[in-house]
Design a protein around this ligand. Structure first.
Ligand code: FVH
Length: 295
């Protein structure tokens, strides 16, 4: 295992994977003044980065050998395992920014350690166009010493947020944030389908939709978080009973308008269960507890 002190002055970085995100990461490193070696399975994709000053590597093994810090951003963690197989990882600090599960991150950390490498897992909270802007940040977990040594280089991508030494922790936070995003998109998708069924354009509805979702997030999230952490779910905001009574109006209207109910039926079931289990006076925070025992 290398000593991290050898790595503190790293300015040569290799980037494996030049898809939309990997290309944005490599370009950000170049703009920050680092020397960057790039590798991509489809070698033609190295062209634009080479034009910006990157050095092309023809194999993963060459790219890994070229720099002590290696950033990986492929489609899946199975792809990462497959791509890294021919490389000698001894002495490398591997930063894996591929989306995956906490268990996959732990497996990759164990694999990297066995190969003599240090492992940091990351979750990118940005789209490629946001990389290196103040709106972007990346969650990191795993080898803390290696992270501290390389954080100044990783800061080229945007903000850095350390979430713990469990290599799976960044993926967990990442997936929780993505969960909230997909939940919001389910609502947005359904709302736009509903108004469209009545001849209202999405552009016309976008303003009120954005304002409403923003106000709800701002007004509701802190209270729900406090209730979940304290276990005190009684509410004077909006009871589960009143939500259960109102919810069928949503699904009935979807049916009347010829819009599918499939995305919203599970929520009705959860509300019904909350009442059946005697939580009618509680607020929506109680649903977090009900999901706990869904297995
Ligand atoms: N794009 C985004 O907005 C999100 C933001 C949050 C983080 N995600 C995750 O980042 C990973 C890469 O996403 P991407 O957008 O760069 O994806 P693509 O543009 O489709 O590029 C995929 C690259 O992966 C290479 N690749 C795939 N399979 C293999 C393999 N078996 N061996 C080697 N490389 C592989 C692919 O190579 P090629 O097809 O060009 O030859 C691309 O370089 C992903 O986890 C997102 O969830 C992005």
């Amino acid at each position: 295992m290398p000593s991290t002190s050898e790595k503190t002055q790293v300015s040569h970085v290799s980037v494996l994977g030049l898809g939309m995100m990997g290309s944005a990461l490599a370009a950000a490193l170049l703009r920050a003044g680092h020397s960057v070696t790039v590798w991509n399975r489809t070698s033609a994709k190295t062209g634009p980065l080479v034009a910006q000053g990157a050095l092309p590597a023809s194999t993963v093994a060459d790219a890994v050998a070229a720099a002590p810090l290696v950033i990986v951003c492929l489609t899946t963690n199975d792809d990462v395992r497959e791509a890294l197989a021919p490389a000698d990882l001894t002495g490398t600090v591997l930063v894996n920014l591929t989306n995956g599960t906490p268990a996959q991150a732990r497996d990759l950390a164990a694999y990297a350690h066995k190969q003599g490498a240090r492992y940091i897992d990351g979750g990118i909270m940005a789209v490629p166009q946001m990389i290196a802007t103040p709106a972007a940040y990346v969650l990191y977990s795993g080898d803390e010493q290696a992270y501290e040594a390389h954080e100044p280089v990783l800061a080229a991508f945007g903000g850095t947020k350390w979430v713990g030494t469990d290599p799976g922790r960044a993926a967990l936070h990442d997936l929780a944030l993505l969960t909230s995003m997909y939940g919001m998109l389910i609502g947005v998708t359904q709302a736009l389908a509903l108004v469209r069924s009545a001849g209202v354009t999405a552009s016309e509805f976008a303003g009120p939709l954005h304002a409403w979702v923003s106000a709800m997030l701002e007004g509701v999230v802190p209270g729900i978080a406090e209730a979940v952490d304290s276990g005190r779910h009684l509410t004077d905001v909006s009871s589960l009973a009143v939500n259960q009574a109102a919810f069928p109006n949503l699904t009935a209207t979807y049916r009347e308008q010829g819009v599918s109910t499939q995305l919203f039926e599970p929520f009705q079931k959860l509300l019904d269960r909350s009442i059946a289990e005697g939580h009618s006076a509680d607020g929506l925070s109680r649903l977090v507890e009900l999901l706990d025992d869904e297995g």
